[in-house]
Design a protein around this ligand. Structure first.
Ligand SMILES: O=C(CO)COP(=O)(O)O
Ligand SMILES: O=C[C@H](O)COP(=O)(O)O
Ligand SMILES: [Zn+2]
Ligand SMILES: [Zn+2]
Length: 309
């Protein structure tokens, strides 16, 4: 089974009102934990690589690890570039074996975003690769750059229609109140479901993407803090809201922060409880299991994507 694009995955997800999890990967243990979970759940899967991940691990290591995961698991996996900043990084990932790319032109003007996205779509489609774009701007930390809530903006539904028509893009990340990182809401969590419903109505059958969709489960924050961490005031998107979004045209839900918290909580606990351990396998093995358990939890309780292959 080779790597696959997101096209058939999204068609099936849209039809059956569930979402495919897009999990950020940075190393072997993270990839193995995620893929093991998806295999046991027989769930469709997107593994995504940020520019930062590509810098950290190098493109060649990540692609070879993901190819190994496909061969070892037999799963149809989509390998996606997360938040491509310019045409060059998208081209490099298309040329380098990715099956899907995101061009994130959301920091540019509407017209510049369209022109940039169109250029990537033309190149990617000519090479059999699907494209995600972003309209509206999420707050939070993205590629080590903090977008303040004053610079964030929700997606305009009419602009979304024009954007999709003029670019030919395959899926669209929208801003309805989620944000990247562990600190998503100061008060009660709210998402603009009215806006989401409007976009879905204007763009029927079109797959939408929700970034910044970690739940920041309190028990993992508490475990980090119990074993020497200092993560205060963290809050994510409640699971019920994500399930609701999955029934309203959101076909891809991005999760990174929850994997980071699961892995860090596990490593912190292991080293605190076993102070004489110094073989990395001793703490990375349970860390990999923690990733697996988190992804299984997401597939069952947030994505509703078990047994959808
Ligand atoms: O959107 C994301 C990656 O693109 C990840 O979002 P979280 O920070 O909520 O996990
Ligand atoms: O959207 C951002 C993802 O969580 C990736 O984060 P990163 O750029 O730190 O790898
Ligand atoms: Zn963005
Ligand atoms: Zn994102």
């Amino acid at each position: 089974m080779p790597l696959v694009t997101s096209k058939a995955m999204f068609e099936k997800a849209y039809e059956n009102q569930y979402a495919v999890g897009a999990f950020n990967v940075n190393n072997m243990e993270i990839i193995q934990g995620i893929v093991d979970a998806a295999k046991e759940e027989q769930s469709p899967l997107i593994l995504q690589v940020s520019a930062g991940a590509r810098k950290y691990a190098k493109h060649i290591y990540l692609i070879k690890l993901v190819e190994a995961a496909v061969e070892d698991s037999g799963l149809p996996i989509c390998l996606h570039l997360d938040h491509g900043d310019d045409f060059e990084i998208c081209k490099s990932c298309v040329d380098g074996g990715f099956t899907s790319v995101m061009i994130d032109g959301s920091k540019h003007s509407f017209e510049e975003n369209i022109a940039l996205t169109k250029k990537v779509v033309e190149y990617a489609h000519a090479h059999g690769v699907t494209v995600e774009a972003e309209l509206g701007r999420l707050a939070g930390v993205e590629d080590a750059v903090k977008v303040s809530s004053k610079d964030a903006s929700y997606t305009d539904p009419d602009q979304a229609v024009e954007f999709v028509e003029r670019t030919g893009v395959d899926s669209l990340a929208i801003a309805i109140g989620t944000s990247h990182g562990a600190y998503k809401f100061k008060g009660d969590p709210t998402l603009d479901f009215e806006r989401l419903e409007k976009i879905t109505k204007l763009l029927p059958q079109f797959p939408l993407v929700l970034h910044g969709a970690s739940t920041v489960l309190p028990e993992f924050v508490a475990k980090c803090n119990q074993y020497g961490g200092s993560i205060a005031g963290a809050q994510g998107v409640p699971e019920a809201m994500l399930l609701r979004a999955g029934k309203l045209g959101v076909c891809k839900i991005n999760i990174d922060t929850d994997l980071r918290l699961a892995m860090t909580a596990s490593v912190r606990e292991h080293l605190a409880v076993n102070p004489s351990d110094f073989d990395p396998r001793q703490y990375l093995k349970p860390a990999r299991e923690a990733i697996k358990a988190m992804v299984k939890h997401k597939i069952r309780n947030v994505l509703n994507s078990s047994n959808r292959l």
